[in-house]
Design a protein around this ligand. Structure first.
Ligand SMILES: [Fe+2]
Length: 180
């Protein structure tokens, strides 16, 4: 993890464009996931009342943050968008991502669904198609590592706006419980 943090520092110094930073960090995160057990045990702790966020590292210059998100089976985020670029790598388990686009009235409509399993990495850059919901639809614990282009220690979350549940979808779990 310490090497990864140094890599991300170099990558954000190398290019100010959010899209380039996210793509570059995604490559580095893919390599990190190959190293296996890169999180301390306390950063893998779930919570019964909702998916759990642990702040792993905040850049001293507030340029990026690294958090782990831990999900028990069935736990999910609300439908939301983001304050900054985000890179997500699944360390363990299986995460389902439902992506939405907003209609003329600003109501989210499902666009696509994808599944990410251990070792897989994806990223998004607001305001381009960054409205989504993530859930653990597997049978066991899911753990993912997220790199955000903001100071999550100060903000508490990367979520910018929460949208009402689209008709026919399950009630959401709200914001994560956080140790941040
Ligand atoms: Fe998100």
């Amino acid at each position: 993890m310490r090497e990864f943090i140094l890599d991300v520092e170099l990558l954000v110094e190398a290019d100010p464009r959010p899209g380039v930073r996210a793509a570059d960090v995604a490559e580095a995160l893919r390599d990190l996931l190959h190293d296996g057990d890169v999180l301390r045990p306390e950063h893998r702790e779930p919570a019964q009342d909702g998916y759990r966020q642990h702040v792993v590292h905040v850049d001293p210059l507030s340029r990026f943050s690294i958090v782990s998100l831990v999900w028990l089976p069935g736990q999910q985020t609300p439908v939301h968008d983001h304050v900054c670029w985000c890179v997500v790598g699944v360390l363990q388990g299986r995460e389902e991502e439902i992506c939405y686009e907003l209609d003329e009235a600003g109501v989210p409509r499902q666009r696509s669904t994808s599944h990410n399993t251990a070792g897989e990495v994806c990223w998004l850059v607001p305001p381009n198609r960054d409205v989504h919901r993530v859930r653990n639809n597997g049978d066991g614990l899911a753990v993912s590592i997220h790199v955000y282009g903001a100071d999550i220690g100060k903000l508490g979350t990367s979520i910018n706006r929460v949208y009402a549940d689209p008709v026919g979808e399950h009630a959401h779990s709200g914001f994560p419980t956080s140790d941040g």
